[in-house]
Design a binder for this molecule. Structure first.
Ligand code: ZN
Length: 375
């Protein structure tokens, strides 16, 4: 009796174990199949989250036919995924923006083409695109946005400026990006960090307490007096340039260099007393807006001539300054863009790479900034 009962129990356990084993087996097979499906997507660069959603939405075949695609990945990761737009997602260029899928949906609904949406996304950040997507559809966006550095958030100003001035699209984008469509000295961008490629002009100012990095005094061997100073990197570059010029028989001299905010206040006052307000407004940078405060600018002269622009040294420096990382900052041909009248004596250290580019391509530092430094 006892044995029989035990046998019976054993048999039912055995049956249960068999069922359990086959259930586990099924799960295992399902898991292996699922894992290999996920794997076929993750090797293409899809995230695990996106891959899971691709499987659950039965879009694996479609996704495999498209291959690696960051916008599709974002779509399958997003709560804003809309199956209707699947094909569009795969054709729109990806940008790393938080609401990319939501914004793409909105832009598709507004009637923009895939290529125009790609262009819109490429010219702004997440917030710019989100704001832009709220607007009614705009035609002919290409006229400005075929220019690589055009900014979505400046669109209205581009239209306004080009209508008012009749300037071509490229000039318009450049001028507006540099805030040159705004009044001088009004609502400037505040430049806080020292760097050899920093841009300071009538739309970009330094704070009162800004000081250049590594400010050093300049020996009177190289300067008109012993009160001059500058950022070490610029002073050293000037000394190299000075020595090269000296070898060829030219004598350069620094007449003015670093000026603090307070120095510029005093300079403005001096000129105001001498020549009046209108002269100062026109020709002297307001405190905070002078490049001399960066410590990277020098007014250079010749020891042999009182008029630098007529000296042999001037001819030499025009051809050689870039080799030492200097540019003539305010040439006559760029008066409209720099906002300063020609100053043949004012040189700015920007480093050899930028100076060479500017020399070879014959552009202003403002243009260089808009092209390569403005993010
Ligand atoms: Zn100067």
């Amino acid at each position: 009796m006892f044995v029989k009962k035990r046998f019976k129990l054993k048999k039912s356990v055995e049956r249960k174990l068999k069922i359990l084993a086959s259930v586990l087996g099924c799960f295992l097979i399902a898991f292996i199949v699922y894992s290999s499906q996920i794997h076929s997507l993750t090797v293409l660069g899809y995230s695990r989250k996106a891959s899971r959603n691709i499987l659950f939405k039965f879009k694996k075949e479609y996704v495999l036919s498209v291959g690696e695609n960051k916008t599709l990945n974002a779509a399958f990761e997003s709560d804003d995924y809309n199956e209707k737009y699947l094909d569009q997602y795969s054709k729109i260029e990806y940008q790393n923006q938080k609401h990319i899928i939501k914004n793409i949906n909105t832009l598709i609904k507004k009637g923009y083409s895939n290529s125009t949406i790609s262009m819109i996304l490429a010219h702004g950040n997440d917030q710019d695109v989100t704001e832009f997507a709220k607007r009614d559809k705009i035609n002919y966006l290409e006229e400005f946005f075929s220019i690589s550095y055009a900014k979505l958030r400046n669109y209205d100003r581009y239209v306004l400026y080009s209508n008012e001035t009749g300037e071509d699209n490229e000039t318009t984008v450049l001028v507006v990006n540099l805030d040159m469509d705004q009044d001088d000295y009004k609502n400037p961008t505040i430049v806080t960090d020292f760097s050899t490629d920093m841009l300071v002009n009538k739309h970009r100012s330094l704070k009162k307490n800004y000081e250049p990095e590594d400010l050093i005094s300049i020996s009177s061997k190289y300067a008109a007096d012993n009160t001059q100073s500058g950022a070490r990197v610029a002073v050293n570059a000037f000394i190299s340039m000075y020595k090269a010029a000296e070898k060829e028989g030219y004598e350069l001299v620094i007449n003015s260099s670093y000026r603090s905010y307070q120095d510029q206040v005093e300079l403005c006052d001096t000129y105001r007393n001498l020549y009046g307000d209108s002269y100062v407004d026109k020709y002297v940078a307001k405190p905070g807006f002078s490049e001399h405060q960066t410590g990277l600018s020098f007014d250079i002269g010749s020891r042999n001539s009182s008029v630098f622009s007529e000296s042999d040294e001037y001819e030499w420096i025009q051809e050689n300054a870039y080799k030492y990382g200097f540019i003539q900052r305010f040439p006559e041909k760029y008066e409209a863009i720099t906002g300063f009248r020609a100053e043949p004596w004012h040189y700015r250290y920007v480093g050899k790479k930028i100076a060479k580019y500017i020399y070879e391509n014959d552009i202003s530092f403002e243009e260089y900034y808009a092209l390569f430094l403005d993010s």
